[in-house]
Design a protein around this ligand. Structure first.
Ligand code: PAF
Length: 280
């Protein structure tokens, strides 16, 4: 496993590998790696000759300062996991490498309001930061394939829109949510859950499953109301629970659309969790 910190060293290595005709798969992360990330790495290793993983806690996507400060950082453990999973290249840039002074890195594309819905409503500016850092990382890594998790449904939908609109020659591969045995969706933030909230948080995956099993018998609005009540009853503070279509994440009044998903965000004590399920 090779570890790079600077732009120049990384780019040199990647251009050397590309000249040899090797395909590059890229897994961007913010560290605090867990088994969910390893699924992304495995998917990349199956599809590509070389797997590059970046670890960078991107400040521009945090709308909340405290969240940025408290975001778990487990660099040594991350390195160990990446090594054990045979990642070829790890990129650990500093803030100065990603955002060099004087470089205009704003990504000026119309996200068609997708960045203002759901997560965007509760985390203003978040997706602008995500798009900015992903674009910058793609410029550095220039991968054939980009691997992202289904758990951040809105994130990968927006990144896909960016790839299309900017005609970036990278294909997005979405990897299904990896869950703990209990049903809890894996997340870097889970390490901050108390034992009690870890148990209470199971209501999210339980309710998503319930919706998948019952959407065809019940009215959407009453289903959403029921789920919100159950989440509150368990002691979580929901921000949204919605059944939406899968392309622009617009609310639906019936499930006749081609693709329908249920999305949820809720606070489990001081930890904000998101989850989703593809209904069809
Ligand atoms: O999903 C994440 O961990 C981050 O949003 C990403 C894609 C690495 C960008 O910082």
């Amino acid at each position: 496993m090779q570890v790079f910190v600077t732009e120049k060293a990384l780019k040199n290595r990647i251009s050397f590998l590309k000249k040899k005709g090797l395909s590059i798969g890229f897994v961007p992360t913010m560290g605090a790696l867990h088994a969910g990330h390893m699924q992304l790495i495995k998917a990349s290793k199956r599809k590509c000759d070389i797997t590059v993983c970046s670890v960078f806690v991107n400040p521009t996507q945090f709308n909340n300062k405290e969240d940025l400060i408290k975001y778990p950082r487990t660099i040594e453990k991350d390195k160990q996991m990446l090594k054990e999973n045979d990642v070829d290249i790890v990129f650990f840039p500093t803030k100065e490498v990603i955002y060099p002074e004087g470089m205009d890195l704003n990504v000026d594309i119309d996200l068609e309001g997708l960045d203002e819905l759901w997560e965007g409503e509760f985390r203003p500016g978040h997706f602008k930061g995500v798009v900015q850092v992903v674009k910058r990382l793609l410029d550095l890594v220039s991968p054939e394939y980009l691997f992202m998790g289904q758990k951040d449904f809105q994130q990968f939908t927006i990144v896909n829109m960016m790839l299309k609109k900017m005609q970036i020659d990278t294909e997005l591969v979405v990897v299904p949510i990896h869950r703990e045995k209990s049903g809890l969706a894996m997340s870097s933030r889970n390490v901050r859950l108390t034992v009690e909230y870890r148990r209470k948080a199971l209501v999210l995956s339980r309710m998503l499953k319930y919706v998948k099993n019952n959407y065809s018998f019940e009215n959407i609005n009453s289903l959403e109301d029921y789920v919100l009540k159950q989440i509150k009853k368990e002691g979580l503070r929901p921000e949204y629970f919605k059944i939406v279509e899968g392309k622009y994440l617009k609310e639906v009044s019936s499930v006749n659309e081609d693709s329908v998903i249920a999305i949820v965000a809720a606070w489990a004590g001081k930890i904000r969790l998101i989850d989703n399920i593809i209904i069809k």
